[in-house]
Design a protein. Structure first.
Lengths: 282, 339
């Protein structure tokens, strides 16, 4: 009997490792290929970290990088300014609209980017007319694009606290709505807000379709353009962007993990139960 | 600190077709502790929330200290509130929670006052703990300290004990009364627990369908209920058929004075279990059905013909009242209400 169990355990272990190795190879091989390819020209990586020379040699690339960084930070900002107060307000005052708001926020997920662009093109004709053709104007389209992810993150954060009671308690203590948001709600959904912001940044840094079809520039458009003149450099930049997104998502999961651990530690009594019972009558 | 008077005048509030408040009038004297009691959905919490400014009334007036505050938002009403749900800010320590309202008022000595308040509610040793490190009772104590720290003109307690277990409940209930007497803040306490309301309040208001049925001292509410609803809702009552004879009603062969005039000759009287006297007797018309041990006193259920009568007896008499024992049932001549 014991032999059967041991054999089964061995088999399961072997199966687990096989899956892990196959998946590892599947994901890592392209990365290794990219590293190998981008190091064929020894100039590539030193040039990538030498910003003045990079922007001189590949002005379109540096412009794309700056545009993407600006788009990512502005999109995150606009998303938070729009979404956090809306989500809080819906929970406090319009709970019946919650399903509708959720549905609207999830819509962009169901519409392919190419269809979205078809709809956005006439809108952007007006944006061009009023605000010009700067690539920063993509922030509006990106804010819509990140809504599903950001809304989910923020809504999950709000579900974890009793927003209504906390807001009412703060109001009865003399807090105006601004104070309620800034000093009571935001500190309690901080990690949800950070998650939403990180997801936004990761998404915007990887966006190509909309920027390309609306004739604007960003990192991905620049990489595609660069691929035509310097293949090694374009691969090196792609790899860097991938790693950056990877680090962001890793930070995100670490943040969630730390929060879970922290609450697990804090939930345990800080003093032995017997001592606590003596200290307090309740 | 002395309290201020509170007047709710003709408050109306409807939710769809439900009248949560139906022309409610309520006056609270300065420094008084009033409890609003009633079944769920009777409008007691709505009344408290309208007073707090967390809910708007459709019509009516809220006066605090003679000043009309009906149109003022909650944050400018100067009221301390303790909620049924745990409402401490999770990201702040107990001390920071208590200081929150003080810091909004720009008080420089807020930390000192916050500590004093935690001492008042008896948990100053937990000042640096976060809410999730505190028990339910401790959290409600901090919430009470937080509400009192801002020296509110009115203290509002919205079923603050209902999430706690029985023993903690009684302890904290008595302590709330002690603290209220000490600081003298006018207090409105909402509860569905009659024992709680009768035990702590100066006056108890019994509410039903958005209206106040009776507002009186706890003993008056219990002994001379103004309406059948109050008589039935507060305390346990037997519903026994009776015949009206002048100003009295004859129930189980005993004549009892009436609290209010009867409209017909044959009525249902509401008789308290402590007014029912049960004596073991071989020729008795009743039979003991069940007995329940409740500590120093016990409950005995007796059948008299078709009727079920609940009596309250001293526990040391339970030995002679085993189920099946024939008993004689009589009633003490206390005034009764009619259903």
């Amino acid at each position: 009997m014991a032999g059967v169990i041991a054999r089964r355990a061995r088999k399961q272990r072997a199966f687990r490792w096989t899956v892990l190795i196959v998946l590892g190879v599947f994901f890592l091989l392209p990365f290794l290929a990219m590293v190998e390819f981008s190091t064929r020209d020894p100039q590539t990586w030193p040039l990538l970290v030498n910003w003045p020379e990079l922007s001189e040699r590949y002005p379109a690339l540096s412009e794309g990088i700056l545009a993407s960084l600006l788009q990512a930070s502005l999109t995150a900002l606009l998303m938070l300014v729009l979404l956090v107060p809306t989500a809080v307000w819906v929970r406090l005052r319009l709970p019946r609209l919650r399903r509708l708001v959720e549905f609207i926020c999830l819509l962009p997920l169901t519409i392919p980017a190419i269809v979205l662009v078809v709809g956005l093109a006439p809108v952007y004709a007006w944006v061009n007319y009023f605000l010009g053709g700067s690539s920063v104007t993509l922030v509006f389209a990106y804010t819509i694009l990140v809504l599903p992810y950001a809304y989910r993150a923020i809504d999950a954060g709000l579900s974890a606290i009793d927003v209504k009671t906390l807001a009412e308690a703060a109001r009865s203590l003399g807090a105006g709505w601004g104070t309620v948001m800034w000093r009571v709600v935001l500190p309690n959904i901080r990690s949800a807000v950070l998650s939403a912001a990180f997801l936004t940044v990761a998404l915007v840094l990887g966006e190509y379709t909309i920027a390309s079809l609306l004739n604007r520039t960003n990192l991905q458009v620049a990489i595609n353009f660069l691929g035509k003149s310097s293949a090694t450099m374009s691969v090196a930049v792609s790899l860097t962007a991938l790693l950056l997104a990877f680090v962001l998502l890793l930070l995100l999961s670490l943040l969630g993990g730390r929060r879970r651990r922290a609450s697990a530690v804090e939930a345990a009594p800080a003093v032995p139960a017997s001592v606590a019972a003596k200290e307090s009558p309740l | 600190m002395t309290g201020v008077a509170v007047h709710l005048n003709g408050l109306r509030r409807t939710f769809g077709t439900v009248h949560a408040l139906d022309n409610l009038d309520l006056s609270i004297e300065p420094g008084e502790f009033v409890a609003l009691l009633g079944p769920s959905g009777c409008g007691k919490t709505t009344a408290l929330r309208v007073l707090a400014g967390l809910e708007d009334a459709d019509s009516g007036q809220v006066l605090v200290g003679g000043e009309d505050v009906t149109a003022l938002p909650a944050n400018r009403r100067d009221m301390g509130m303790v909620f049924q749900a745990y409402s401490l800010f999770p990201h702040l320590t107990a001390l920071a929670n208590v200081s929150f309202g003080l810091s909004l008022r720009g008080r420089s000595k807020s930390a000192g006052r916050a500590r004093d308040m935690l001492e008042l509610v008896g948990i100053d040793s937990f000042a640096d703990r976060y809410p999730h490190q505190l028990s339910g009772g401790q959290q409600q104590r901090v919430a009470l300290a937080r509400a009192l720290a801002i020296e509110p003109s009115v203290l509002l307690l919205d079923e603050p004990l209902s999430a706690l277990d029985a023993k903690v409940r009684v302890q904290l209930r008595d302590e709330i009364r002690r603290i209220q007497t000490e600081v003298g803040t006018t207090t409105l306490f909402v509860t569905h627990d009659q024992e709680e309301a009768l035990a702590v309040a100066d006056r108890v208001g019994v509410m039903r369908a958005g209206k106040l049925e009776q507002l009186a001292a706890p003993s008056d509410i219990y002994l001379t209920p103004a309406t059948p609803f109050v008589a039935e809702f507060v305390g346990l009552s037997n519903r026994l058929p009776g015949t009206v004879v002048g100003n009295e009603v004859e129930v189980l062969g005993t004549r009892l004075p009436l609290l209010s005039p009867a409209s017909s000759a044959s009525v249902t009287a509401l008789v308290r279990p402590e007014s029912v006297v049960v004596e073991a007797s071989p020729t008795g018309t009743g039979r003991v059905l069940t007995t329940s041990f409740l500590g120093p006193i016990s409950k005995v259920t007796v059948t008299v013909g078709e009727l079920l009568v609940v009596a309250q007896v001293a526990t040391d008499r339970l030995g002679s009242l085993a189920p099946g024992t024939p008993v004689e049932v009589s009633l003490a001549p206390n005034p009764v209400a009619l259903a």
